[in-house]
Design a protein around this ligand. Structure first.
Ligand SMILES: CC(C)(COP(=O)(O)OP(=O)(O)OC[C@H]1O[C@@H](n2cnc3c(N)ncnc32)[C@H](O)[C@@H]1OP(=O)(O)O)[C@@H](O)C(=O)NCCC(=O)NCCS
Length: 170
């Protein structure tokens, strides 16, 4: 049984620990350790986590399975979106499950939840960025009708990578 619940400011520490853990779980073996450290020392700090949680245009959700955090979701609206800042759009900035929870349809529950929110706000489209080498996540997004429409550079330490931008009209 999985429940999805909004992450509270008081849970910043737990969210930070889970975000960092899952980031390393998936990307550490594919990248240079120094670049992982350079990126995460800026992206995953207590100060930044509190600021992101306090942004009224961002929403974080935990997926809880058996009383433990199995995954999380970050949604951005309006000027919290990392690009475009279109008022008629929502960005799925992060959707991550811990390794042992892959393939159990928890990702589906988080994505359905996100799409329901966008629909309830009568938005026109949902978009996201995904590393071009993350074929697993791209397959998952395609399953939900997302299509590549653009790309942008993403700097991981000193490694200039390419994120593909995918969009799903509602
Ligand atoms: C991507 C991720 C969220 C998907 O979650 P998941 O729980 O493994 O996926 P689910 O079991 O809920 O699958 C839901 C549906 O998507 C399909 N799917 C999942 N991965 C797929 C893939 N690579 N290709 C095609 N379909 C896929 C499933 O078959 C299922 O389809 P169905 O409803 O027809 O049976 C998860 O694997 C994850 O956390 N990955 C690592 C972190 C990451 O890369 N995040 C994205 C960063 S941009």
């Amino acid at each position: 049984m999985v429940t999805i619940q909004r992450v509270q400011l008081s849970e910043a520490e737990a969210l930070l620990a889970f975000s960092k853990k899952t980031f390393y779980e998936f990307f550490d073996h594919l990248n240079d350790p120094a670049n992982m450290e350079a990126y995460s020392s800026v992206a995953f700090t207590p100060k930044r986590m509190v600021a992101e949680l306090s942004n009224p245009n961002s929403e974080f959700y935990f997926a809880i399975a058996d009383n433990e955090v199995a995954g999380y979701l970050k949604l951005n609206f309006n000027d919290a979106q990392t690009e475009f800042q279109d008022a008629n759009a929502m960005e799925v900035e992060r959707i991550y499950l811990s390794g042992e929870h892959h393939g159990k349809r928890i990702g589906k529950q988080l994505m359905d939840f996100a799409l329901d929110i966008a629909q309830s706000k009568q938005l026109e489209y949902v978009w996201l960025g995904v590393w071009e080498n993350n074929h697993k996540a791209m397959g998952f997004y395609e399953r939900y009708g997302f299509e590549v429409f653009s790309s942008h550079p993403f700097l991981l330490g000193d490694d200039l990578q390419t994120d593909l931008l995918m969009k799903k009209p509602l």
